[in-house]
Design a protein around this ligand. Structure first.
Ligand SMILES: Cc1cc2nc3c(=O)[nH]c(=O)nc-3n(C[C@H](O)[C@H](O)[C@H](O)COP(=O)(O)OP(=O)(O)OC[C@H]3O[C@@H](n4cnc5c(N)ncnc54)[C@H](O)[C@@H]3O)c2cc1C
Ligand code: FES
Ligand code: FES
Length: 1274
């Protein structure tokens, strides 16, 4: 008997293999991608396709072969070329997405050994990566393209500069040999057996093979859903907790697979997948005359952006239509095309045709089954278009979609019939019948357009409080889409020009030193092969030990309330439940501290946010613990006040202490003498979710003796976790050992909350005396752990007419949430407020707002990206007011002298920043492109381009000086092999690889003789967090320091670490083990006197980006980005460039796409990849050039390198400002001012609404207080 999980999920939980990863459980990330192969009896061929294992019910795989990443190659036998090339091309950082990427590419090659770049792009469209920025992955995979098929130029061929170096070489890579691929098991080719029935403890699945049987089942069990791809039913069951005791799988009924081409069009079986629909449409468009396939072209337009490849391989046409979800795209197009549905039931055993027009979808009787859908050819003089606008360009649900078709009287522009359907503006498909009727008989011209927009405005009803929010935007899209359709129809009669953009040219890196010495060379990530083969272990890959339990958190559903009672009795009575924990069960202290700020582990008396942990259920399995947690009843008494936004916090004067201030110069005096004053201006920046691919969790194992406990934990600060667990349990740290092998991404999010989760899980382990595992579901992770602080920057600026800024007075407000947690990021925001600009009179005040939201925490950049962004906004606005190009105003205000002082009196030289800036503008061809953009904008009314460049100065190291330390332990064994353990955490940033390079350089032994052990508090105690871009500096220096203590003893032996010498040293009683300790610089801030030094040194850079916006939809394309970055003398250019690209792409998310939405009750609504969009492959600029500044030095850090983890995020603000430039161009044309508010992220909604025009005027904002908005800006 199978359990619920096993019936409906997966491969993931059934097969005890580590390669198939859990990233979201809802088909939204691709980490669980596997290849399914099935024998197609009809055509006598084997089909190979990717699926998301997390949504693939195991019972639906009868007769199929499944290949996981382990099946294609391994480090123990032989790597598959796909695994080898992603690893060698540096496409694996934390490695959590890598097996999924490998399987997507492998499957593509199984089907097409010589793919095009477009094939690769499509194959990877459903795979997210949070670390690499995608470029190196594409670089590795594009090597499988035929040269003739590949539009990518090799950068080294394009540029002959002396500083050019390839990041990886194609010599010595394995050739692709399809004859070596696994064969499809012949036994699976036998004719399939009859109906199957799978019975679980709570679920049953019946799988009929013929239509009669299916219809009988539907009559007998009308409430049982027909499941095929499981991409709607699955997420509903797994993520939303919907329960279907019986499901009927229709995927084996051959009648529903039939595709028939007839004289009127095609009839597609209901269970045909979206991929097969796409293939059929592509074939028709290729082979038939264009006029007949206009509808198919429109359908293809939609299908190309609809979900990722894996989902399209699973999802069916019938499922898409019958789910009747307004966000799904097919219904609006299919309805516009006048498609018909063929429906059958047992009582009416012939097919009945229904027009697909919105109503019919929902009136399918429970006993009816959809057989097929007929999609007609287009008629002459018929024009069709499909539109969709989503948060992200691809692999995202649409906000609004539309299908439109017009038929003209032959030879005229008189409308004979018109169909317009919208999805996303109502609970189901919306047909704007009245509008269409009134336009019939009219000429296709300006008058029709004006009337159509007016009629649409009247007919599309969307309440101001509508579900999903974005009401004005959605209304505007309805008219804007129609306007686009109107224009396209006009244009259809003319020839159309297609722009082809070249993807991913290679970048330049500076040349360093001899190829024998690994330092300075682009060495591959040390664990890349293991990551690419799925052998790399993350905490949840550790097999369950006997007696292991699972813990699931019970969280608050109220934002501010007194806890009256917690009743776990129902949960405790459920099968498998072992115990329930709350504050009373904590043996030591129920709190964790950071800099004297306590935070409760379990809320005891009061809750102050939704998502606060109140208790935890411990059960035998994940599923049991999850179900039981939902049954714990908490009685609350609501308390006041309750507020969530920065504005409300300001009204309530609700701030945490300390309130920080930095000041230089004399503000009052400066404001008296300047030409102009810009007052009461502001910029709002939304928060950001870490969205590391591996969610937080750990395994706590009690050792039974002396109260010892071991934790296998996803923490980037294991010493802190150890300390918190000790305090919670009331035992000494020396009895607690934390092990961290690697993290599947962290970005600052695995420092604080993981310590609380560890303490709770450890409490459960101690209470039960059994090992306990905790793995947060993606939604819970997003709810509980929170992310980057939202900011509001208000400023007053005094400047002269030439653009020189003489004074800037900025107040920063951050939303800190309900506890202080890591809100000291405000300090970093203030410390970075000057960026590269010498503003003689500068004042920054920082106030952390206390609100009733989960407390915000550290995130890559630690306040820097927010602090810098506000200053860049100041520069931008001053440029606008002065009527000068922003880049000129930036140049006028830059630090220029050899010796400069920051606004907190830290000495530095801006020389390398200025070099980065000049080189960046030069390499980007900024001035020429600016002119070209101006020309483009003059000749394009509805598309506008913008370009922007920013410089950057970013402090490295902790401003709390005591964190600036690092330690490493080096053991040399008698055989000459070396073991290195250090206090840093490998989370994709390549700290282990760099440590290996350094150790190899010092000991003069090959990297292959050195092994890096997991991070372990037992080996290297009291380590600082791996953060602040300081990890490599600390660990690298510590390894280097070891040279003095141990290597000096061995120097006498002359040849370090060769076997005879080591043995000799051993015989001479030389200790072969030593620790290296690096006492970093003493940084500190005197906040009273605005005096540093706050940082160890500065990393510099400059970036230039160009974008194109669609003024009618708000969509934007990132066209090109050039970065010049000063990383000193790079220890490993491949890793450094990987950090730059990955950080930049994360910044694209921060400043343009990633939007968190909260309900009025303070509930986070965007809790998974379906609602929260991180950048995908489609967001990476097609031209993305990263250059490392040549001849750069850094006397302060290891081998003259520089820390690079955090700084690049901010560079993506160039995309934001380029968008602002493009919007300004659109506004200028309409006679509107250049100065307008634009909050970050610059989402499609914000871009569209900022391009004010006649369509936005039709959707005015309702007055505040007259309606209940769907979501709030926190
Ligand atoms: C991550 C993700 C991204 C997505 N992105 C998009 C997107 O961008 N655009 C978009 O349009 N869609 C998107 N989808 C939705 C996806 O297209 C639909 O879930 C899919 O088409 C449903 O098909 P299915 O076979 O998986 O349906 P299932 O989940 O198997 O079933 C869905 C429903 O259809 C009914 N049903 C199915 N076939 C029949 C039949 N023959 N007769 C009677 N009833 C039937 C079932 O009873 C059930 O209620 C996305 C889904 C996911 C998970
Ligand atoms: S875990 Fe399956 S797609 Fe994310
Ligand atoms: S390497 Fe892709 S998510 Fe980390």
């Amino acid at each position: 008997m199978l359990s619920q999980n096993h019936l409906h999920v997966s491969l993931l939980y059934i097969v005890l293999l580590t390669g198939t990863k859990y990233g979201c459980g809802g088909g939204g990330c691709g980490a669980c991608t596997v290849m399914v192969s099935k024998y197609d009896q009809l055509n006598n061929r084997v089909l190979h396709y990717t699926v998301n294992a997390c949504l693939q019910p195991i019972c639906t795989l009868h007769g199929a072969a499944v290949v996981t990443v382990e099946g294609i190659g391994s480090t123990k036998t032989k790597l598959h070329p796909v695994q080898e090339r992603i690893a060698k091309a540096h496409g694996s950082q934390c490695g959590f997405c890598t097996p999924g990427m490998v399987m997507s590419m492998y499957t593509l090659l199984r089907n097409k050994p010589h793919p095009t770049m477009e094939d690769i792009r499509e194959a990877l469209g459903g795979n997210l990566c949070r670390c690499t920025g995608y470029r190196p992955i594409i670089d590795g995979f594009k090597t499988f393209c035929d040269v003739s098929n590949c539009c990518i130029e090799n950068g080294t061929k394009q540029h002959n500069d002396s500083d050019v170096k390839e990041l990886f070489h194609m010599d010595n890579v394995l050739p692709l040999d399809p004859s070596q691929d696994l064969i499809f098991p012949p036994e699976l080719m036998k004719r399939a057996c009859g109906s199957l029935c799978f019975q679980g403890d709570r679920l049953k699945l019946i799988s009929p093979v013929d239509l009669t049987n299916l219809l009988e089942l539907k009559t007998e069990y009308p409430e049982a859903p027909v499941v095929v791809g499981n991409t709607t039913i699955g997420p509903n069951m797994q993520v939303k907790g919907v329960h279907h005791p019986l499901t009927i799988y229709a995927g084996r009924v051959s009648d529903l697979h039939t595709v028939t081409w007839g004289k009127d069009g095609v009839s597609m079986g209901a269970v045909c997948t979206l991929s097969s629909l796409k293939e059929e449409m592509e074939r028709a468009v290729r082979e038939m005359e264009a006029e007949r396939t206009r509808g198919y072209q429109a359908l293809l337009q939609t299908l190309r952006c609809l979900a990722g490849k894996q989902i399209r391989n699973m999802a069916t046409i019938g499922g898409n239509i019958l789910s009747a979800n307004p966000k799904y795209d097919l219904n609006s197009v299919l309805a516009a095309l006048d498609c018909t549905l063929q429906v059958m039931s047992k009582v009416c055993d012939y097919a009945i045709s229904h027009y697909l027009n919105g109503k019919d979808i929902t009136v399918l009787r429970p006993d009816e089954v959809l057989l097929s859908i007929d999609i007609p050819y287009s008629k002459p003089w018929e024009f069709v278009s499909a539109f969709r606008q989503a948060q992200r360009r691809e692999f995202a649900f649409s906000i609004v979609n539309a299908g439109m078709k017009v038929l003209f009287r032959e030879g005229t522009n008189i409308v004979e019939s018109l169909n317009i359907y919208y999805g996303g503006v109502g609970p189901t498909l919306v047909k704007v019948g009245r509008t269409c009727q009134k336009l019939v008989g009219r000429s296709w011209g300006e008058e029709l357009l004006a009337d159509a927009c007016r009629l649409l405005e009247e007919e599309v009803e969307l309440s101001d409080s509508a579900h999903g929010g974005k009401v004005e935007y959605r209304k505007t899209l309805t008219t804007s889409f129609f306007f686009k359709f109107y224009m396209q129809v006009l244009q259809e009669l003319r020839e159309r020009d297609v722009n082809v953009v070249c993807l991913f040219p290679l970048q330049l890196v500076s040349n360093a030193q001899s190829s024998q010495d690994p330092v300075g060379h682009p060495m591959m990530h040390q664990a890349a092969f293991h990551q690419a083969t799925g052998e790399a272990q993350y905490y949840d890959d550790i097999p369950a030990v006997q007696g292991e339990l699972f813990v699931y958190m019970v969280t608050s559903t109220r934002a501010h309330a007194k806890i009256i009672n917690i009743d776990p009795s129902e949960a405790l009575g459920m099968t498998g439940v072992v115990t329930f924990l709350s504050a009373g069960d904590v043996p030591g202290q129920n709190r964790r501290m950071l800099f004297n700020n306590p935070e409760e582990l379990f809320a005891e008396e009061e809750v102050s946010c939704v998502g606060q942990i109140i208790g935890a259920v411990v059960a035998e399995s994940r599923e049991q613990a999850r179900r039981a947690a939902q049954m714990v009843k908490v009685t609350y008494q609501d308390l006041l006040p309750v507020f969530f936004t920065i504005e409300e916090a300001i009204q309530h004067q609700s701030f945490f202490d300390p309130k920080r201030k930095l000041e230089r110069g004399d503000m009052d005096k400066a404001f008296e003498t300047v030409d102009q004053i810009l007052e009461a201006d502001e910029i709002y920046l939304g928060g950001q979710e870490h969205f590391y691919m591996e969610t937080q969790g750990l395994i706590a194992v009690p050792k039974g003796e002396n109260g010892e406990l071991e934790l296998f934990v996803a923490s980037q600060h294991s010493a802190y976790t150890q300390e918190v667990v000790g305090i919670t349990l009331g035992i000494d740290s020396n009895k607690i050992t934390c092990h961290v092998r690697r993290l599947g991404g962290a970005f600052g999010g695995k420092v604080m909350k993981i310590a609380s989760l560890s303490a709770i899980t450890a409490t459960a382990a101690v209470k039960t005396g059994r090992p306990v595992r905790c793995v947060l579901e993606r939604g819970d992770d997003m709810l509980i752990t929170s992310g980057r602080h939202p900011f509001l920057g208000k400023y007053k600026v005094g400047y002269n007419n030439d653009g020189t800024i003489m004074a800037a007075d900025i107040t920063y407000y951050s939303n800190g949430g309900c506890t202080l947690n890591e809100s000291l990021i405000m300090e970093k925001a203030l410390l970075h407020m000057d960026n590269g600009y010498k503003i003689p009179n500068l004042r920054g005040r920082g106030l952390v707002c206390k609100t009733y939201l989960p407390s915000y925490t550290a995130f890559r950049g630690f306040g820097g990206p927010q602090g810098l962004m506000v200053m860049e906004s100041v520069l931008h606005e001053v440029a606008v007011k002065c009527g000068l190009p922003p880049q000129k105003v930036r140049e006028i205000n830059m630090y220029r002298e050899e010796e400069c002082y920051t606004h907190y009196k830290q000495l530095f030289s801006p020389r390398d920043m200025l070099r980065c800036w000049d080189e960046c503008l030069d390499k980007a061809g900024y001035h020429d492109r600016l002119q070209a953009i101006q020309q483009f904008n003059t000749s394009n009314r509805w598309k506008k381009r913008g370009i922007s460049a920013v410089p950057m100065k970013f402090g490295v190291g902790f401003s709390k000086g005591f964190f600036n330390q690092g330690a490493a332990l080096v053991n040399i064994y008698k055989d000459g092999s070396v073991l290195v353990a250090h206090g840093g955490t490998e989370m994709g940033q390549g700290i282990n690889t760099k440590a290996l390079q350094i150790a190899s350089h010092i000991l003069k032994v090959p990297m292959s003789s050195i092994h890096i052990k997991e991070t372990c508090t037992g080996n290297v105690p009291n380590a600082a967090p791996s953060a602040a871009s300081f990890g490599t500096d600390a660990v690298g220096m510590a390894v280097k320091v070891f040279q003095r203590s141990l290597a000096s003893d061995l120097i006498a032996c002359n040849d370090l670490c060769s076997f005879p010498q080591i043995f000799e040293a051993y015989c001479q009683k030389v200790s072969l083990s030593a620790t290296g300790f690096f006492m970093g610089p003493h940084t500190d801030m005197d906040w009273e006197n605005s005096e540093g030094p706050a940082y160890y040194y500065f990393t510099f850079g400059a970036c230039c980006s160009e974008v194109e916006i669609d003024c009618l939809t708000g969509d934007h394309k990132n066209l090109r980005t050039d970065i010049v970055m000063d990383v000193g003398r790079s220890l490993n250019p491949a890793i450094d460039i990987g950090q730059i690209e990955g950080g930049f792409v994360q910044g694209i998310g921060l400043y343009t796409i990633e939007e968190l939405q909260f309900s009025l009750e303070g509930v986070l609504m965007t809790r998974g990849p379906s609602q929260y969009k991180i950048p995908a492959l489609c967001d990476v600029p097609p031209q993305f050039n990263v250059h490392l500044l040549a001849n750069a030095q850094n006397p302060h850090a290891i081998y003259r390198s520089k820390g690079i983890g955090e700084p690049p995020v901010f560079l993506a603000s160039t995309i934001f400002f380029a968008i602002k430039e493009a919007v300004a161009a659109a506004r200028r044309e309409r006679g509107l001012g250049d100065s307008f508010p634009l909050s970050s992220p610059a989402t499609a909604e914000r871009i569209r609404m900022a391009c004010e025009d006649q369509f936005t005027e039709m959707a005015p904002s309702p007055e505040k207080g007259t309606f209940k908005p769907w979501s709030i800006n926190i």
